[in-house]
Design a protein around this ligand. Sequence first.
Ligand code: P6P
Length: 335
Amino acid sequence: DQSNLAYSVGVTLDRFIKLKQSDFPFASGELSQLLRDIALAAKIVNRETNRAGLSNIGGAFGQTNVQGEEQQKLDVIANIRFMRALSKGGEVCAIVSEEEDEVIDLQNNSGKYVVAIDPLDGSSNIDVNISIGTIFSIYRRKTPVGSPVTTADIMQPGNQQVAAGYVLYGSSTMLVYTTGFGTNGFTYESSLGEFFLSHPNMQAPENGAMYSINEGLEYEWPAGVQSYVKSCKERKFQSRYIGSLVADFHRNLLKGGIYLYPATLKNPSGKLRLLYEANALAFIIEQAGGKASDGSRRIMDIQPESLHQRTPLLIGSVELVEDAEEMIRNAESEI
Ligand code: P6P
């Protein structure tokens, strides 16, 4: 039947989206078109990323973004490309981007969807040729179509997402996304300009023996995280930390493992952003049978208070995340 055909490896992304559209009996195809628009922008950013070294666009652009980080030219290009892709289709009414201080109101009140996006996460890795990624979340607006966009449309918890995904510009370029009916991975074949289904119905191993954390910040971690990482070492876990969230997340999703970015002195609420990093990966990992928490709360249940708010993030194999949460609870009960 169509659903099995959809999962046959080698199906293009466009065909997959069309075949799975029946998951949304009442959808008018707008979400499908939005996903196609995002995939097109990903192909363009992929081309720019691969050329970064040659056309000298990898260097800092001299501007800084709301994060106060050196804005790499590729950051700027990726932001422009995704903004354009998200604006042209007419499905989106507002965008939250890591690269934009304020909400981008597209003045398109007939748009049904709100998108939160990190156009190019880990851009400090561009100059050293480490994999980088795009992360996005898609929400249905809360206020009636046709009315102006309000905060209620923007400040939605992750459990309201209708879709989420990431693009990993790595040794191969992959698009992984969910619409709430499982998580599927597509690999880009640049000679054909198509994403092909390569990882149907991805399942996060329930357990694993790999942890990802910036060990240089060990003395700043909460006690529970220190004891959890100590237990990983006692069990001879492998330590793998690329310093690029999407790359670390993707490897742990495939192999089993846990990524941790806890509160630190410099970032008392953690470093990663709730709206356009943690929520999307949380939706993806849950749809693959994994778990995402801030150490005690489910990431997708956190009610956002501000656009660029940060959150501690523990994400990956369910057994590993639950072990870490238990050690954090125990440490807190001993205070
Ligand atoms: P640190 C990259 O800047 C990023 O946002 C994530 O991609 C990455 O996992 C994390 O920060 C690395 O942070 O403090 O370990 O360098």
